[in-house]
Design a protein around this ligand. Structure first.
Ligand code: HEM
Length: 477
């Protein structure tokens, strides 16, 4: 054994020492250039561990205080990265999309989500088509018809999963509701067994997508890759079946998102391939699932925690409920009346934003706040650096929906959905889903948290460690 070690150690140590020398040299030469202040952390590991241990909010806050409130450098996911902070940082990145920067996602994430053929390829053309298409199918006119469907499903969900219980765990249930809704609206899949066939592997994907990318049996990342493959296979089956059905019935109207995707053509009149459609649907599921479930959960958390907020939301929602028949479903006009409730939801999104920011890659070298950002670096804009800044939001930790009255927060300070050309195209879908859910819950129950100071941890989005158990008090009891 010892002999083996003596033999093998130099083989390991030599490349490691060479790496360390190069790393130190590189860091040394970087200091002579005017790169943003900051540290790259440990060789190879970068600052991934610090980011995971501290959570995104504290990681950014500490470094803004230590290095610069405008921009600092770090190393995350094996990449040289500049973290842009505050409203100015957000504005700069949003305004320079496709000029100085382009979209970027970690290779590990693409590997879990996409078909192997797409992982290495240049996705720019596909995503350009995808973006304009997303804006079409997720714009308010298209979404209006989803409101009654969302309402009916929310009623059904509460009947089955909330009403029979005195305590419920909000986070897993809101995930269930969100996924069922997406299956119904995107794919017309409503059979519970079929939803489960998609939901189980999909959960493996979302649980492991942001884990340490070690593809080894037993790791969360390995499970995410396997889950991704299963989701893709199931989607391909659904897509092929639908294409056949549409051709047989000569369908020209898209009845759901999948049919609309099957009918769309690019500039050359070519239909999207089945793999492209599957990638697009997975993209939408990933972008909408954790984020919207997390948003619903944090709204429920504040409603359970703050009775004076709850009562105002309840009054607003009861006015709407009283104006309708008992079985009449919500409409666009009703949603437009939910002004106070939306301010409450926005304040939840400010304090507990589901997405922490987003990556970009620089396509050319440029200067920001006097610092050089070289071509090929990755950048990240961060929600917390403006959402929790007392300059933009006095007493930032206080829950105060009145911040959104009148003209609301200053531009680029409230950015839960990002901004500029890549702003979340699902913003309006999320608004409808959250408001419809709020309406149904407050009409039926008062909520009380079972664990008063439940800790929040960060996986794909902020997650209450025990799933946010709440006591349900049905009205009139
Ligand atoms: C409360 C819920 C949600 C939040 C907080 C949220 C937030 C975000 C953020 C921060 C981005 C990145 C913007 C950037 O790159 O700068 C994004 C992108 C995206 N979101 Fe959402 N999102 C939510 C719900 C949804 C929903 C419901 C859908 C679809 C139905 C969706 C679809 C997308 C897509 C497709 C992108 C990528 C856009 C692109 O790269 O061009 N999101 N979202």
């Amino acid at each position: 054994m010892e002999a083996f070690l003596l033999y093998i150690l130099p083989l390991v140590l030599l490349p490691l020492s060479l790496y360390l020398i190069t790393f130190t040299r590189k860091n040394g030469s970087e200091n002579s250039k005017n790169f943003p202040p900051g540290t790259r952390g440990w060789p190879m590991l970068g600052e991934n561990m610090e980011f995971a241990l501290l959570g995104p909010q504290k990681f950014v806050k500490d470094r803004m205080e230590k290095f610069s409130p405008e921009v600092f450098k770090t190393s995350l996911l094996g990449e040289k990265m500049a973290i842009f902070c505050g409203a100015q940082g957000n504005k700069f990145l949003f305004m320079n999309e496709n000029k100085l920067l382009t979209s970027w996602w970690p290779q590990s994430m693409k590997k879990a989500l996409l078909f192997p053929e797409f992982v290495e390829s240049n996705l720019k053309e596909v995503s350009a088509l995808k973006r304009s298409f997303h804006h079409d199918i997720l714009k308010p006119e298209a979404l209006k018809q989803y409101i009654p469907v969302m309402d009916a499903l929310a009623r059904d969900h509460l009947d089955h999963d909330w009403t029979p219980n005195s305590v419920v765990k909000v986070f897993p249930l809101s995930k269930k509701y969100t996924f069922e809704l997406a299956c119904k609206l995107f794919l017309s899949v409503v059979d519970p067994e079929h939803i489960k066939r998609l939901a189980d592997p999909f959960t493996l994907v979302t649980n492991g997508m942001f884990s340490v990318p070690i593809d080894f049996p037993g790791t969360a990342y390995n499970r995410a890759i396997k889950g991704g493959k299963m989701v893709r296979e199931e989607l391909m089956r659904i897509i092929k079946e639908r294409r056949k059905e549409m051709m047989e019935n000569k369908e020209t109207e898209g009845r759901d998102l999948l049919s609309k995707m099957l009918l769309v053509t690019d500039e050359d009149g070519q239909y999207l391939s089945e793999m492209e459609i599957s990638n697009n649907i997975i993209g939408l599921l990933v972008a909408s699932f954790e984020t919207t479930s997390s948003a619903v959960t944090s709204v429920m958390n504040y409603l359970a925690e703050l009775p004076h907020i709850y009562i105002e939301v309840w009054k607003e929602q009861m006015e709407i409920a009283k104006s309708k028949g008992p079985n009449e479903l919500l409409t666009w006009e009703d949603i437009e009346k939910m002004k106070y409730s939306w301010n409450v939801a926005r304040e939840s999104l400010r304090l507990t934003p589901p997405a922490q920011g987003a990556f970009r890659e620089t396509t050319t070298e440029f200067t920001y706040a006097g610092f050089t950002i070289p071509k090929g670096w990755k950048t990240f804009w961060t929600v917390h650096s403006s959402h929790k800044n007392p300059k933009y939001f006095p007493e930032p930790e206080k829950f105060d929906p009145s911040r959104f009255e009148g003209s609301g927060p200053a531009p680029y300070t409230f950015v839960p959905f990002g901004g500029g050309p890549r702003m979340c195209p699902g913003k309006e879908y999320a608004r409808l889903e959250v408001l419809v859910f709020m309406h149904n819950v407050v009409r039926r129950f008062k909520l009380e948290k079972a664990i008063p100071n439940e800790k929040i941890v960060f996986y794909a989005s902020p997650t209450p460690v025990h799933g946010l158990p709440v006591h349900l008090q049905p009205h009139g009891k």
